[in-house]
Write a protein that binds this ligand. Sequence first.
Ligand SMILES: Nc1ncnc2c1ncn2[C@@H]1O[C@H](COP(=O)(O)OP(=O)(O)O)[C@@H](O)[C@H]1O
Ligand SMILES: N[C@@H](CCC(=O)OP(=O)(O)O)C(=O)O
Length: 360
Amino acid sequence: MNQQFSRIAVKVGSNVLTRRDGTLDVTRMSALVDQIAELHKAGVEIILVSSGAVASGRSEVHPAKKLDSVDQRQLFSAVGQAKLINRYYELFREHGIAVGQVLTMKENFATRRHYLNQKNCMTVMLENGVIPIVNENDTISVSELMFTDNDELSGLIASMMDAQALIILSNINGIYNGSPADPTSEVIREIGQGKDLSSYIQASKSSFGRGGMLTKTNIARKVADEGITVIIANGKLDNILVDLIQRPESTLCTRFIPSAEPVSSIKKWIAHSEGFAKGELHINQCATEVLNSDKAISILPVGITAIEGEFEKDDIVRIIDFEGTPVGVGKANCDSAQAREAMGKHGKKPVVHYDYLYIE
Ligand SMILES: Nc1ncnc2c1ncn2[C@@H]1O[C@H](COP(=O)(O)OP(=O)(O)O)[C@@H](O)[C@H]1O
Ligand SMILES: N[C@@H](CCC(=O)OP(=O)(O)O)C(=O)O
């Protein structure tokens, strides 16, 4: 098999796995499993991030009284995830492939220790020929603890697992350069670094999805900047996964061109940790200018003008430039009290070392 990648993350959206009436589309699941099995047998390591818990639980239970949105999500996902993983288990078993369930939540990416624990879990699964099937633990992650959607989760997983590609399967052929409903719109085949797509994306999203195209685009850009190829394609098309891998030139999709500069594993974690920042370092104009240049620099106390929040050593902090714009994230080399003590002084140790600094 002609293949460019040896490890990929595949995200399957709710809409790919559900029929119009909200029931689980087992025929589609089965077709995707056949393709993943084919790639797996050809030696491609695959991490499957699958949505569909809430959608597949919805048709199984009929609540006696009206439930609020949190209760609904908890109830449907608890039932639906069991049904979903059971289906996958049976379908992969027909190919002689073992699968394992990984349910996670945003908090599990907050500390480096938890992050590495998860990475180890999936690494050992892959080493033993087991396909990890990942989903958010919807039963206990609610409100601010939730991922925006599984696109965000799949980006974190692809980055954490050092995948070479992230394939996001939705119910659409890719990103259109206008409304997908407009017959004159076309799929944008390739997206280079720094391209602003906001004017193309409509607020609309498909009926069972959570995030929509905007989150897909933002995540795709970030992950591609870390050197990972990101592909958005239509999971409802027959043989799409195998075609994307074997016949990339002739298969319709949107492909985000990855950055050629490799990003270290720790920087990848930091890049996705913005939501866990415990404090802010405000830097002056001179530090901002050096940061924006190509030079590799650390955040030194002399360039810091203000420190917000209380943080411990190794916590994530946000870097704010002299105009008040967030420009990056980093892992603090000291706590906030020590940082305040050193602020504005020459000859002090960095508050964020370059190796632990991610500039957007
Ligand atoms: N420019 C665009 N190109 C493609 N799809 C778009 C665009 N703007 C908005 N969308 C919408 O985004 C939807 C896909 O996102 P989403 O509903 O989150 O799917 P999924 O459940 O697969 O994650 C499409 O069905 C489409 O309605
Ligand atoms: N964890 C949820 C996924 C919700 C979600 O993000 O859906 P989607 O936008 O289709 O990827 C579920 O399994 O139902």
